[in-house]
Design a protein around this ligand. Structure first.
Ligand code: 13P
Ligand code: SF4
Length: 372
């Protein structure tokens, strides 16, 4: 496989046409900004809805009409009649919202650099080449499954090849759907979610990793197994180690641990509960007063949970070493103020628009997910 060309063709920022924040919005105080956001929203009324992912900063989440995990946000996008969906999240989520909303609606991403690095680890161009190599090495039917954390062109590719999309909450059902229709699965881009799902289905011995950057990756060897895991990962979740769980249990013997399935296998094994960001929210919301929960996910969510549930002790699983997501962090509240005021004044910025052909296919992959 020729990897050198890919390095120049692949880009971290999918939408490099999006605009920067004007200088006069850079130094607003929180009070000024909140007052201006509220005033713009008042005038915009039902024209606009703000969706916020659980990892967004407090200053975004506080203005959101709906806060949730990536699956819930796409459902909220599908259900809204608002003309403009302002998305507090990353580009792949805004793309999914655009795929799911109708043609009269526009999805706006306040800030240009909110691109998930993991989604960028499996670009369709690169997957296409690996697919040719892998499928040539076996007669078995392979079904591609892509995690929601991927771009629309990869979702479209999966639909074209008979596959589908999944989220962290329905990955096991997507695997079952795929194994009803084929003999092997290529799972993209998160190897940890793939491995954790294989374990859940008792197929842990059937996993093999595929490193797209390694020219010695051997397709014949890979296809000896039934689950081929693309070598992508989330740097926020990879940081957690089983030692963090051990330390929390030593320091807080009463603590329970909930982690996201993007964490390494050993961390998921050591935890008490594993699930999507909304499962993590529900776990803490249903805790009894005085319970202690350590949270193995992005730091903003741990901070929200501590704020939303003051009667529960909420601890970040690896203390000060817990990371924020640098893609999510790009949605600066000043950008939100700017995009809303401009919208009120009739100027639409930073529209995320998936190409029609891609949109149609990606929709098929998302619809298959909704059926599982
Ligand atoms: P959820 O689908 O659980 O919200 O997770 C999205 C994500 O980006 C996790 O890193
Ligand atoms: Fe991507 Fe990880 Fe950020 Fe989620 S937390 S958006 S997977 S980088």
């Amino acid at each position: 496989m020729e990897t050198a060309d890919f390095e120049t063709d692949l880009s971290l920022f999918k939408y490099d046409n999006l605009e920067q924040l004007p200088v006069n919005y850079r130094d607003l105080t929180e009070d000024q900004r909140c007052a201006r956001i509220r005033a713009a929203l008042e005038e915009l009324g039902d024209e606009v809805v703000i969706l916020g992912h659980n990892y967004q900063r407090r200053e975004i989440v506080e203005h959101a009409d709906f806060v949730g995990d990536s699956y819930e946000l796409s459902k909220a996008a599908a259900e809204t009649d608002a003309r403009y969906v302002v998305f507090g999240g990353v580009t792949f989520m805004a793309e999914s919202a655009d795929i799911i909303t109708d043609d009269t609606q526009s999805v706006l991403l306040p800030s240009m650099e909110a691109s998930c690095p993991m989604a960028g680890m499996a670009e369709a161009l690169q997957v296409d080449s690996a697919w040719a190599e892998i499928t040539a090495a076996t007669d078995a039917d392979i079904i591609p499954i892509t995690y929601m954390n991927s771009y629309a062109d990869l979702k479209a590719f999966c639909a074209e090849q008979g596959g589908l999309v999944c989220t962290s909450s329905n990955a096991h059902r997507a695997f079952e759907w795929a194994f009803d229709r084929g003999e092997k699965v290529l799972f993209l881009p998160d190897k940890h979610l793939g491995e954790n799902t294989a374990h859940r289905l008792g197929m842990e011995d059937e996993c093999v990793e595929w490193d797209p950057w390694d020219p010695t990756s051997d397709a014949e060897k890979a296809t000896e197994k039934d689950i081929i895991l693309w070598d992508g990962y989330c740097q926020v979740h990879e940081r957690f180690r089983p030692e963090h769980v051990e330390t929390i249990r030593q320091e807080h013997p009463e603590a329970q641990v909930v982690v996201h399935p993007e964490c390494r296998r050993e961390v998921v094994e050591a935890a008490d509960v594993v699930g999507s960001t909304s499962t993590i929210c529900e776990t803490v919301a249903s805790a009894d007063p005085g319970d202690v929960w350590a949270i193995g996910t992005e730091i903003h969510l741990a901070e929200h949970l501590a704020r939303w549930h003051p009667d529960v002790t909420v601890l970040p699983l690896c203390g000060d070493a817990c990371m924020d997501c640098n893609a999510m962090r790009q949605i600066d509240p000043n950008y939100l103020c700017w995009i809303l005021e401009e919208l009120r004044d009739g100027v639409v910025h930073n529209v995320i628009e998936v190409q029609p052909a891609e949109k149609e296919l990606a929709r098929v992959a998302l619809d298959r997910m909704l059926e599982v």
